[in-house]
Ligand binder design. Structure first.
Ligand code: UD1
Ligand code: CA
Length: 448
């Protein structure tokens, strides 16, 4: 079946109290509209028609649409029905029109498919849900037999109708030829003086087109965001849905209300995540990984059995198996930590490779380093990589021991199994198997 998805994104979003278009507000670090586009992209044989308004150019350049998307301008925002009307010329004969709202971002493609099926070739299908405090939503009006008669918008609802808790998600599906026919009948004689799309439900009844309301149990998918308060609720709904998904896959999440996933995150079973962690971009986490509280991980890959302790920040890094990092470690960008290595508290590692079993456990800066296996980097060691103009490299050979509070002035090479005496300022290469002392000799002077 051909699907013509119509995504409404032209509204001004005044209730958001921001000069920024509403559909570009973010949930989980991604514009609302992008969520809708991404789910629509998963539908088979689907072409999208995205309706944009005044700030359309900004909307267009801020999201990534898929190949078969068309941008359609609605010059004046005269209502959702008027917005859909702008797309009618583009709809393919015989297709099913699926209407989506740019500010209802979390609806899944599986739910879209259910609705499309329910519409079939002859029905108008809409997605409704139960909302205890239904303010702001259109109410579903049914007769005593449960038949859907129409939708009444908040502004037009009587006192009695306002008490109805079954509300309209805004998402509908029906044959595009039926849509064309029904839209001709909508008028703007209502409290908002807008052309409401929702009026096509009562028009469908008048035209003997069967109306089916698919009531969704999981309302988190269809919550809309008109103001900042609702946007916050959406964010938490999204995060709790994600947390639930991970729990089902065997990931232990300490508190689903205190976690944020903002990207493409994959976590394997047996891993445990403490509170207040943020995952951004593309993050791959292996099996049995332990992540302490307040950890932030961006665009990184974490190997099986690795432990990341409290308040560490990891960006653009690969941590292999059984690494220990933190607490308070800053790792990345462009860092590769090999198996069993350890980067401890207040250690910063940037643009560096750290070999198997190497340890830098306390208060060090490792920048532009190539550190081999089983190296010990003592507390307070600095890789002095920047000379004011260029970033220079430090190479440390296998088994070397860098004593505490040493400065390695790059570019420099420390040979295999060498020892750097604590407090040294090392300005020239150290061959293998040497003890390098780059500090002044101690003098003990007799007191007067
Ligand atoms: C709409 C529905 C309401 C439903 C709710 C669900 C109507 C009349 N009402 O109300 O029944 O319960 O969504 O969240 O449809 N838009 C345009 N052009 C316009 C007006 C709006 O493209 O001229 C877009 C907006 O950008 C938005 C969407 O349509 O993405 C919905 O508009 P909005 O004004 O937010 O409708 P609601 O009042 O939330
Ligand atoms: Ca809305």
């Amino acid at each position: 079946m051909k699907i013509d998805a119509i995504i409404l994104a032209a509204g001004k979003g005044k209730r958001m109290q921001s000069s920024f278009p509403k559909v570009l507000q973010e949930v989980a670090g991604k514009p609302l509209l992008q969520h809708v586009i991404d789910s629509t992209k998963e539908l088979k044989n689907c072409q999208a028609h995205i309706v944009i308004g005044e700030q359309g150019a900004l909307v267009k350049k801020s999201v990534c649409a898929f190949k078969r998307s068309k941008w359609i301008k609605q010059a004046k925002q005269l209502g959702t029905g008027h917005a859909v009307k702008q797309t009618l010329k583009e709809l393919r004969p015989g297709s099913v029109a699926l209407i989506l709202y740019g500010d209802v971002p979390l609806v899944k493609s599986a739910t879209m498919n259910t609705l499309i099926k329910s519409a079939g070739k002859t029905n108008l299908a809409l997605l409704s849900f139960e909302q205890d405090s239904p303010g702001g939503y259109g109410r579903i009006i049914r007769n005593t037999n449960g038949k859907v008669l129409g939708i009444v918008e908040e502004k037009d609802a009587s006192k009695e109708q306002k008490k109805i808790t079954e509300v309209n998600s805004g998402i509908m599906a029906l044959g595009s030829s039926q849509l064309q026919k029904l839209l001709k009948g909508i008028k703007n004689q209502n409290a908002a003086k807008e052309y409401y799309l929702t009026d096509i439900v009562s028009l469908a009844n008048e035209n003997k087109i069967p109306v089916k309301a698919v009531k969704l149990a999981n309302k988190e998918e269809v919550l809309g965001a008109n103001n900042l308060e609702e946007l916050n609720e959406l964010e938490r709904s999204f995060q709790s849905m994600k947390a639930k998904e991970f729990s089902k896959q065997g990931v232990k999440i300490a508190d689903s209300a205190r976690i944020d996933f903002r990207g493409k995150v994959n976590i394997q079973r047996g891993s445990r995540i403490d509170i207040n962690c943020i995952f951004e971009g593309t993050v791959e986490i292996g099996k049995n990984v332990t992540i302490g509280p307040g950890v932030i991980i961006k665009d990184s890959k974490i190997g099986d059995g690795t432990k990341i302790k409290a308040y560490s920040f990891i960006e653009n890094a690969i941590l292999e198996k059984n690494v220990v990092a933190g607490p308070f470690a800053h790792i990345g960008p462009d860092v590769h930590l090999a198996e069993n290595s350890e980067i401890g508290n207040f250690v910063e590692v940037k643009r560096s490779k750290i070999g198997k079993g190497t340890k830098a456990k306390h208060l060090a800066y490792v920048g532009d380093g190539q550190v081999s296996e089983k190296v010990n980097i003592g507390a307070g060691t600095i890789f002095v990589n920047y000379d004011g103009k260029n970033k220079n490299k430090t190479k440390v050979g296998k088994g070397a021991f860098v004593g505490s509070n040493s400065s390695l002035i790059a570019p420099i090479k420390i040979g295999q199994n060498s020892i750097i005496g604590a407090g040294s300022v090392v300005t020239s290469d150290v061959p293998a198997e040497r003890l390098a002392l780059g500090r002044s000799r101690q003098r003990n002077i007799k007191k007067k």
